[in-house]
Design a protein around this ligand. Structure first.
Ligand SMILES: [Zn+2]
Length: 119
């Protein structure tokens, strides 16, 4: 597996910027109601490997269903660069939308389908 490295990313208009340390080893393409509409491709990192660089005041929190995941989108451009949730053991996790990373060519990635629709 590739070594975890820092990746920078952000929303479309650039107000929301973040950094995350990830090896991009596990990528999820989920078919749940929000991922399928947004086209999210996600990788998960512990909260400690994520840093919001700018745009805190622009983040809009959207929750649905069981309200366990905070879907955070930019108020200006509408892009969702990441979401916050918890791992099964309760520790804070961040779901990075890898489509929002600056240095990643998503055409080269092979996400794993996840049946979130029935989860
Ligand atoms: Zn934006």
């Amino acid at each position: 597996m590739a070594e975890a490295t820092m990746h920078a990313g952000g929303c479309h208009c650039g107000r929301v910027r973040f950094e995350a340390k990830t090896d991009l080893g596990t990528l999820i393409s989920c078919n749940c109601s929000i991922c399928s509409k947004k086209g999210l491709m996600l990788t998960f990192v512990p909260d400690g490997d994520f840093r919001l660089v700018s745009g805190y005041d622009f983040l809009v929190d959207y929750q649905f269903n069981k309200h366990v995941i905070h879907h955070l989108s930019c108020a200006r451009c509408g892009v969702e660069p990441f979401a916050r949730g918890k791992a099964p053991d309760g520790s804070p996790m961040v779901a990075i939308n890898v489509r929002c990373l600056d240095d990643v060519d998503v055409a080269t990635l092979e996400p794993t389908p996840f049946n979130g629709r029935d989860a």
